[in-house]
Design a protein around this ligand. Structure first.
Ligand code: DQA
Length: 145
């Protein structure tokens, strides 16, 4: 039987991790984070499908795909769309696949426009503020669902 899959979806500007505001987001690239998730996934017996897009509609399509493909869970760092996207809120509500909101930084300690999360209003739970470790904690949380 095929191993279950966890989708890890990343939104705008996260392709620039490593050079983007390292004082906030650190020096690891998205590929570094993906490698760590894949290694941990191998230990846990789960496939990691890591993706990034700067386009909101791609993230909506991938949430639908997660359900269609029978993914075990989605880890979603929607970047700035977190704070704006009713479309992503609706997409999470529209699927039964559990979605865990992930952030490198803690948006609640930052600008007030980051305090509202459309993703958090629909997600199973949120992990934020631990840098790349947020993704690892979210993977453990997904496996415990
Ligand atoms: C982020 C936090 C968001 O507010 C921001 O727009 C990002 C990254 C994080 O991972 O800390 O792009 O999602």
């Amino acid at each position: 039987m095929a191993a279950p899959t966890i989708f890890v979806l990343n939104g705008p500007n996260l392709n620039l991790l490593g050079t983007r505001q390292p004082e906030i987001y650190g020096h690891d690239t998205l590929d570094d984070i993906a490698a760590r998730l894949v290694a941990r996934g191998e230990q846990l017996g789960v496939d990691i499908d890591m993706r990034q897009s700067n386009h909101e509609g791609h993230l909506v399509d991938w949430l639908h795909e997660a359900q269609a493909e029978g993914a075990k869970a989605v880890l979603l760092n929607a970047g700035a769309f977190t704070h704006t996207s009713v479309a992503l809120y609706d997409a999470i509500k529209a699927i039964s696949t559990p979605v865990i909101e992930v952030h490198l930084s803690n948006p609640h300690t930052r600008e007030t426009f980051r305090h509202k999360s459309y993703i958090g209003m629909a997600a199973k739970g949120t992990i934020a503020g631990f840098g790349p470790t947020s993704y690892m904690l979210a993977l453990d949380a997904a496996m415990a669902l």
